[in-house]
Design a protein around this ligand. Structure first.
Ligand code: BYC
Ligand code: FE
Ligand code: FE
Length: 483
């Protein structure tokens, strides 16, 4: 009897999908594996490959005990293929096939649509590791270094999850797509990653924290939508990925929070009240709050672009065919078909931002983006509480959704963070106040000095309130291999 909860380590690839009795797929994955290991080894600096990192490994999909912590060398990490348990009698939750049994095989008519979504999802996972590849060299602490590597190995595992689906369900073209996932690379001229935000740089740790807060949260929303898929193996894959995603966003939220905390404390200690007294604040070796707001503006808007066009026939087709649902589809009180429902979408008409009612089916991307904005706003409030508590007069805010957009209705106009349409000349002169400039980047870079002593933290960031796996403050999260 196949053990569907506990992970089987009897083959090279830990899994709970019965790989050892599926020789065809096992062979295909074993063939893909060396390319993956090469990709990983070329990417992550050698001294980190040799280091012992205190990582969690998924050993089960049981929600109560799915993980085990231990020191591992990253190239020996057990990347596995894990699907959440099958829900008995699950049905297609939305669209024209609603109520039919969920598909265990790829429905022929939706094959290319499904493959495209799986490939896009798979493409983002290694892209993020590529974007973060240099950060280990400037980690503000061993705690943070460990968190970076935890996120990286799990994004690697998410790639495995999508590659498994391609090999198992899509035959020869699936194999080709799986190879291409290792051929494209973030920022490459010839073969870039598929979505805009994944070709941007993650040049410093504040960017990393903003990325894991804002961009991994796009990951969460998209995975939630794909977890609703009528194609059951995709749904089960994404459901398990979501359990890991929570930690990525935790790293982002607490990372930004600790940065803010340190800045406010340093201002207090130096008796600086004005948060815009930037030169003096920077001299303290911390990142001023207005610059943190600029970083927030950048990463939030890059992430908004990941939701695609507000009105999209691709998205309508995916929903109508039951391949991709809405956020928390099962909790929405409507017919889940959307044949006659409408939804409000903003657009730009005659130089003004207006709201229009459109068929809800075409506005699936917009709806998910709205759910995302709501989800993302929570952390802003908690960050502002930190500022308030230290007694500094400043509040962070999400900029207007039309600000700095490259995709969708707002991409043709220049819009301020407060939602005013301005000329492109005005944008040229004012955008330096809203987005990080080269000088801002250089300053942040000047603070990015590694701090590798257990229990010590770089000047610009406060220690975390609790350790990972309840470890004490001076715990050696990474036993560094010194070259
Ligand atoms: N950049 O009809 P539209 C994660 C393209 S993050 C470049 O609106 P659709 C993670 C679009 O492909 C989650 N191109 O498209 C986070 C289309 O091209 P074609 C990743 C873009 O399909 C952190 C055309 O424009 N998962 O997991 O409705 C770390 C027309 O657009 C962009 C997914 O995204 C862009 N930003 O919506 C690690 C889920 N936006 O086909 C991991 C799967 C649009 O006409 N993907 N285009 O040539 C999807 O569901 C959809 O493809 C999208 C786009 C929501 C991305
Ligand atoms: Fe991921
Ligand atoms: Fe993630």
């Amino acid at each position: 009897m196949l053990d569907l909860i506990n992970v089987s380590y009897d083959t090279q690839i830990p899994n709970n999908v019965g790989l050892s009795s599926d020789k065809r797929v096992l062979k295909a994955l074993e063939k893909w594996h060396p390319g993956y290991i090469n990709w990983w080894n070329d990417l992550i600096p050698d001294n980190f490959q040799q280091s012992l990192v205190y990582l969690r490994t998924a050993v089960s999909v049981d929600p109560k005990g799915w993980t085990k912590f231990d020191y591992v060398k990253m190239p020996e990490y057990r990347w596995g293929i894990l699907l959440a348990p099958q829900v008995e009698d699950r049905t297609v939750p939305c669209g024209e096939h609603i109520g039919e049994p969920a598909w265990q095989e790829v429905p022929g008519e939706y094959r290319s649509l499904l493959r495209r979504l799986i490939v896009i999802q798979g493409d983002t996972e290694p892209a993020s590791v590529e974007q973060q590849r240099f950060l280990g060299k400037t980690a503000p602490s061993l705690y943070d270094l460990r968190n970076l590597f935890q996120v990286n190995v799990e994004e690697g595992r998410h790639l495995w999850a999508m590659v498994y689906l391609l090999h198992k369900y899509f035959g020869a073209d699936g194999r080709e797509e799986a190879d291409d996932l290792l051929r494209r690379s973030s920022g490459s001229e010839e073969a870039p990653r598929m979505l805009g935000a994944f070709n941007e740089e993650t040049p410093d740790w504040l960017s990393f924290f903003m990325f894991t807060y804002f961009t991994d949260r796009d990951g969460k929303m998209q995975l939630e939508s794909l977890a609703q898929s009528g194609f059951d193996p995709l749904s089960r894959s994404c459901r398990f990925m979501l359990t890991e995603e929570a930690h990525h966003m935790f790293v982002g939220e607490t990372g930004v929070g600790r940065t803010i905390q340190r800045t406010c404390e340093a201002m207090n200690e130096a008796g600086i009240e004005d948060p815009y007294d930037i030169d003096r604040i920077r001299e303290l070796g911390v990142i001023d709050l207005p610059t943190i707001q600029k970083k927030l503006n950048l990463h939030y808007t890059l992430s908004l672009d990941l939701f695609g066009q507000e009105i999209s026939t691709n998205a309508a087709n995916a929903f109508n065919s039951g391949i991709k649902g809405r956020f928390l589809e099962h909790r929405i009180d409507d017919d889940h078909r959307l044949n006659s429902a409408t939804y409000n979408v903003c657009s730009v008409v005659d130089g003004k931002i207006v709201t229009e009612e459109v068929p809800a089916l075409t506005a699936i991307n917009m709806r998910l983006r709205d759910d995302y904005v709501h989800d993302a706003s929570g952390g802003i409030g908690r960050w502002n509480k930190i500022i308030e508590k230290v007694g500094v007069q400043f509040a962070l805010a999400l900029p207007h959704e039309g600000f700095h957009r490259k995709i969708g209705v707002f991409s043709t106009v220049a819009i301020t963070p407060t939602g005013e349409i301005i000329s492109s000349d005005a944008w040229e002169t004012r955008s330096k106040d809203w987005l990080p400039t080269k000088a801002d980047g250089d300053f942040i870079q000047s603070l990015m000095k590694p701090c590798y002593e257990p229990g010590q933290y770089a000047s610009w960031i406060a220690p975390p309130r609790v350790g990972i796996d309840n470890k004490p403050g001076d715990f050696e999260y990474v036993k560094l291999h010194m070259a």
